[in-house]
Each structure stands twice: as structure tokens, then as C-alpha cells.
Write a protein that binds this ligand. Structure first.
Ligand code: ZN
Length: 283
């Protein structure tokens, strides 16, 4: 019995010893692993500023968790302010009032009253006049072109109802009524009467289709919106505007609307405001 106990007691310590070694082994492994972790943790901080310093350039940084956070911080700002832009208020200004910066005048929408004259005309150079805000915007646009080495000048601006009567009659006398209708607006149907429209020229091409193909005209088409102007009678939109392509005729609508038209790729005021196309005079 004793032997049996002894014999049974003898293997017991033998079993404990391997357990001890096992525990010691595990402890060593744990210590080594712990050391490695500590070393890595000590090493990792210097690694952190490196990718943080190059968040823009380095595509290597995806491994670094802290990097996306600082780079993500400025990103939500433009993306969260972007949805604000589509909320463009299309009813902010009148489309009918001839004093409104957004007034739409075409063959179906005469200036009303028909003999309206703007109250704030100021000189814009070359003996021409525009409404004060449009005049300032014109000077800024011409200065912008000049800064690019392009000389653009005003060839026509505000035209009164009476002046347009004279222009129209002269065109009828010279070319006949049908041709005059295509080339010149009837009195009371000209944007020039609002004091918000102008004809510009330069580069040896004044009030002609060639303006659209030269540097000066291309610059106007590309940059007019930055100054609040739009090329009012673009190519391919005669059925909408009622007028042939006039790369020289610009209309002031303000920077907000001009840039919105450009942003949305909308060529005409009629299309932007959902107004009926005005290919011809009614009746
Ligand atoms: Zn014009």
C-alpha cells in the first residue's frame, strides 16, 4: 500500500517538474513577447511623425492609423460646404424688372416699360456707359485680360430705346426687314437698353464672329464668369436666344449667377430659369 502510495507519489513530483518547466518556459516566452512589444511600442512613436509629415505625398502612410485623421479633417469641410452650393436661389432677383441684375430680355420678353432707362449709368470708356455695377465689373474684366497680355475694349454698351429705334431703322433701310430682324434687336427687345450688356472687341476683330476664334475672344468665353459676365448668345443656341452666335456680346448678371451657369454647364439664361425659348418675336 505504502509502496503503492510511494510509487504513486513518486511520479507526482515528476509530473510537477515538467509543469514547472512549462510554466518557466511560458514565462520566458511571455517576457520575450513583452519585451518585443515594448520595443515595438518604443520604436513606433518615431515612426508616427514620419508618415504624418508626408500625408499628401506619401501613399506609404496607409499603415499609419493617425495619418488619415489629420488629412481627413480638412476634407469634410469642402465636402460639407459643397452641398450648400446647389441650394442656389433662382428666385433671388426678378427676371422681369429691367432694373434687376437677372432681367431676361429677348424677342418674347421686351423691356418693360418699353422705354425704360437705367438710373445709374456711368462711363465705362470709349464714350460708352453701363450701370455702375456692370461698369466696375467690365473694368475689372478688361484689367484681367490686360494682365494676361490681351487688349480688349468696349465697342458698345448702353443703348437707349430711341437709339435702338435709329439702329433698327438703319438696318432695315440697308439690308431689308428680314435681315435686320436677324442682326439687330427690335427697339424694346435689346439687352443693351438695360445698361447691363456690352459688345467687346480686340485682337483685330470687333463685333464679328471671328472674335470667338482668337485669344481675346477665347479668354472672354473662359473668364467672363469670374467677373459676373456671360456670353449671352452662344454658338448653337439661336433657337433659344433668338440671336445668332455673338462671341462679342456679353451680359452682366453678377458673379454668383455667372459662375453657377458655368458650373452647371448651362449656356443660356432661358434654359437656366426654365423660360420658353424665344427664337422669334411673338405674333
Ligand atoms: Zn450686343
Amino acid at each position: 500500500m505504502t509502496d503503492g502510495r510511494d510509487s504513486s507519489a513518486a511520479p507526482a513530483p515528476r509530473r510537477r517538474r515538467p509543469r514547472l518547466w512549462l510554466l518557466l518556459g511560458l514565462l520566458v516566452v511571455a517576457l520575450v513577447a513583452g519585451t518585443v512589444l515594448v520595443v515595438e511600442q518604443v520604436r513606433s512613436p518615431p515612426a508616427t511623425p514620419a508618415p504624418a509629415a508626408q500625408p499628401v505625398t506619401a501613399p506609404t502612410s496607409p499603415s499609419a492609423a493617425p495619418t488619415p485623421t489629420p488629412s481627413a479633417t480638412p476634407t469634410p469641410t469642402p465636402s460639407s460646404s459643397a452641398p450648400v452650393e446647389p441650394a442656389f436661389d433662382r428666385s433671388r432677383f426678378s427676371l422681369d424688372d429691367p432694373a434687376s441684375p437677372w432681367v431676361v430680355v429677348n424677342k418674347a420678353r421686351p423691356v418693360s416699360p418699353v422705354d425704360h432707362a437705367p438710373a445709374d449709368l456711368v462711363p465705362v470708356g470709349g464714350g460708352y456707359e453701363l450701370r455702375a455695377e456692370a461698369a466696375g465689373a467690365m473694368q475689372a474684366m478688361l484689367a484681367g485680360a490686360a494682365a494676361e497680355g490681351l487688349t480688349i475694349t468696349v465697342q458698345s454698351a448702353y443703348r437707349s430705346y430711341d437709339y435702338q429705334v435709329g439702329v433698327f431703322r438703319a438696318q432695315v433701310a440697308r439690308f431689308g426687314e428680314a435681315q435686320a430682324e436677324i442682326q439687330v434687336a427690335r427697339p424694346g427687345h435689346s439687352e443693351h437698353q438695360t445698361g447691363l450688356a456690352a459688345d467687346v472687341g480686340g485682337g483685330g476683330c470687333d463685333i464679328d464672329r471671328c472674335f470667338g476664334a482668337i485669344d481675346e475672344g477665347r479668354w472672354v468665353a473662359a473668364h467672363a464668369a469670374e467677373y459676373g459676365w456671360v456670353v449671352r448668345y452662344p454658338e448653337g443656341k439661336t433657337e433659344v436666344t433668338g440671336f445668332r452666335y455673338e462671341p462679342w456680346h456679353v451680359r452682366y448678371v453678377g458673379v454668383e449667377l455667372a459662375t453657377e451657369l458655368q458650373r452647371t454647364g448651362t449656356a443660356t439664361l432661358e434654359e437656366f430659369f426654365g423660360l420658353p425659348a424665344a427664337p422669334d418675336y411673338p405674333g
